[in-house]
Each structure stands twice: as structure tokens, then as C-alpha cells.
Design a protein around this ligand. Structure first.
Ligand code: GN1
Ligand code: MG
Length: 352
């Protein structure tokens, strides 16, 4: 990104004297993120995280920001004990700067932390799951009805099946051909999504992107420091967050691994995740929610496979890709994980 535009945007948030350094950070599939070392009025140096919101995914970015700001405020006012990533207001008190039709927001940069794209140890997985359970429990006293539905039906698997079927109808022959085998196999498992969707689970405040890379860890002692990326904080069900924990951590490889032969579910890792999540929740979980937990991983992972494949069939309109078959590989990876997970957890699944 050009320095001139960076200056132009940042100066609407803070009294800016200059920019020492800036770099784009990789990782997310949706927004674009930059770390900026800024010099503020009086020569004070500050590290900042500037983000361009993808407005075709988040059509109402103001509502996204309101959700983030109100939940962050709630956490800061409780005995949360972890760092809260609160957005920084503009000079006129807004949460966004609009520049050439693009929406930008700013956060402080949390220093001396790292984020992991996979969990290398059960302890790290336990800690990440604890962090998300704790986050959910501390937002248990926040009325979820106050949150905007920034992406309606986000984790509604019936809706995702419908989108998938529409994509199959509209897909170009070539992509349809490439995906033929996976399509056939996936179709045989869609009833699993429908069954889990029909479980009567209460609505609560849900993060909706509870993957390992959304926890910052202390770079010296690897303890969890903060839960980040509150873009999809919305009313939802417990299976969304536990499902993403299992999807992102109880696998031998990351979702980007192209060889499905390398993908396998890790049962011991699953036990660590369940223990950490429950510990973090500290009893803020209903009996029916607890019973549904083993179904969360297979449900969320299969839905993610469907979402990646839908995007592949639509010509990569949603997730950022660096090559043409990436969404197909991601979908195939997630389907392999789903199958391995379902087989290993079979005796604990109440449905599916
Ligand atoms: C997207 O951009 P990122 O990585 O935070 C997606 C999640 C998926 C995830 C797959 C708004 O999140 O739902 O689980 O990719 N976010 C949105 O890694 O669709
Ligand atoms: Mg996200």
C-alpha cells in the first residue's frame, strides 16, 4: 500500500507526524491487515494495526464495528483478565474512515505476541480452547439480542447447503468437472448437517471464528493473551465456537494442506480442547449444550468444506486465493478431516 494513502487514512484517526515502517500481515481470508509503526504528535511512537474491511462480505461495516465496540467495552468492564482489542475512534468519534469507497479501522497493535496457524502441542490447544471458553463465559452476561446480525445465517448449515446447490447449478463445466468426485462424496453426508442443525440449542454471544490463529500468545511463555478478530461476533450457538476449535486444532495439518492423505483427526488433541473449553466456560454451559459438543467439530468442518467448495464453484468470489485450485484443495482437506473426525468420534455423536 502506498505511503501517501496510509498517511491520508491514519491521519483521520490520530495526530500523525509520520510513518516509520509499515507491512501487510498475512493470514486472514477476508480483510487486508497492515502493521504500522507511526510517529504521533510530539514524537511519540506507537504501533498500530490498520485494517481494510472487505465490504462485499461485511455489507454493513458500521454494524460490525458497533458489535465489536460494545462487546469489547463489556469485557473491559468485567474481571476478564485478558487483553481486549478495542477499536480506536477517528478524530470525529466514528469507528471507520471511508476512503475511495473503502472502509478502514484502527486498533492498537498488541506487542510481544505471536499467533499460530496450527497447534503443535496439546497444551497450546488446551490454552486456545480455554481462551475461547473464557471469552464466551465472560460475555454470558451480555444480552446477545443487542448484537447486529452482520452476516445473516452465517453458520446456518441449511442455508449453506442451499448456496452450495445453487453454485452447482451455476458452475462452469470445467470447475464442476474438477470437483465431481468430491461433490458426489459430499452429497452423501449432507443429512449430517441437517440433523445437527435441528438440535434445540440456546442462543448466546458467539465469536464465530474460533480458530487457533485468532488467539494471540505471549512470545516468551506462550500463554494466551487475547482473543482477536471479533468481526463475526453475533448471536449463535455454542457448537459454532467449539466446532471451529476442533476444526482448526484437532487436525494433523492446516486447512491449506493440499494432500488429503496427510489430513487426520487427532483424538488426544480433541480431549485437550474439550477440557480447556469446559474449564474456560467454568460451568456456564447447559446440559444440552454439553451433550452436543462432540457433534460440533464434524458439523462445522463439513460446513466449511461446503463453503470452500461453493466458492470454488462460483469462481472464487468470497475467500482470497493465490491460485485457481486453492478453494478446491481447502474443501477437499476439510472433507477429509470431517470423515476422519466422524469415524473417531462415532460413539459420542448424539446425531450425525
Ligand atoms: C474466514 O478471514 P478469516 O480467516 O478470519 C471466514 C470464516 C472461516 C475461515 C476459514 C467472515 O475467516 O468463517 O472459518 O475464513 N470468515 C468469514 O479459515 O466468512
Ligand atoms: Mg475472521
Amino acid at each position: 500500500m502506498e505511503k501517501h494513502s496510509l498517511l491520508q487514512i491514519l491521519s483521520q484517526f490520530v495526530p500523525l507526524e509520520g510513518i516509520q515502517a509499515s507491512a501487510q500481515l498475512s493470514g486472514g481470508h477476508i480483510n487486508s491487515t497492515y502493521r504500522v509503526d507511526a510517529v504521533l504528535a510530539g514524537g511519540r511512537k506507537e504501533k498500530l494495526l490498520l485494517q481494510k474491511i472487505n465490504t462485499s462480505v461485511f455489507e454493513k461495516p458500521e454494524e460490525v464495528m458497533e458489535n465489536i465496540a460494545t462487546t469489547a467495552k463489556h469485557l473491559s468492564e468485567t474481571d476478564y483478565g485478558m487483553k481486549v482489542l478495542s477499536p480506536m475512534p477517528t478524530k470525529t468519534g466514528a469507528w471507520l474512515v471511508w476512503e475511495n469507497g473503502e472502509a478502514w479501522r484502527l486498533f492498537p497493535f498488541i506487542e510481544n505476541t505471536i499467533c499460530h496457524s496450527i497447534a503443535e502441542h496439546d497444551e497450546t490447544a488446551y490454552d486456545a480452547a480455554w481462551a475461547f471458553g473464557h471469552f464466551m463465559a465472560k460475555l454470558g452476561s451480555f444480552d446477545e439480542k443487542k448484537l447486529h446480525l452482520t452476516i445473516p445465517r452465517f453458520h446456518n448449515s441449511i442455508f449453506r447447503i442451499r448456496q452450495f446447490k445453487e453454485a452447482v447449478e451455476k458452475a462452469e463445466k470445467d470447475r464442476l468437472g474438477q470437483a465431481a468426485e468430491l461433490l458426489r462424496e459430499l452429497n452423501g453426508h449432507l443429512d449430517c448437517l441437517e440433523k445437527i442443525e435441528s438440535l434445540p440449542l440456546p442462543l448466546r454471544v458467539v465469536h464465530h471464528d474460533a480458530k487457533i490463529s485468532n488467539v494471540l500468545f505471549d512470545e516468551t511463555n506462550n500463554r494466551p493473551v487475547a482473543v482477536i478478530d471479533l468481526d463475526t461476533i453475533m448471536p449463535g450457538r455454542i457448537i459454532s465456537d467449539f466446532g471451529d476449535l476442533v476444526r482448526s486444532m484437532a487436525s494433523t495439518v492446516s486447512e491449506e494442506e493440499e494432500d488429503p492423505g496427510k489430513v487426520a483427526f487427532l483424538p488426544a488433541r480433541y480431549e485437550a480442547l474439550e477440557a480447556g473449553f469446559l474449564e474456560g466456560l467454568s460451568d456456564d454451559i447447559a446440559t444440552k449444550e454439553k451433550k452436543a459438543l462432540p457433534a460440533a467439530g464434524p458439523w462445522l468442518t463439513l460446513m466449511q468444506s461446503l463453503r470452500f467448495l461453493t466458492d470454488f464453484l462460483m469462481g472464487d468470489v468470497y475467500y482470497q486465493v493465490s491460485h485457481e485450485r486453492q478453494n478446491f484443495f481447502r474443501a477437499r482437506n476439510q472433507f477429509a478431516l470431517f470423515k476422519s473426525m466422524k469415524a473417531e468420534l462415532a460413539d459420542r455423536l448424539i446425531v450425525c
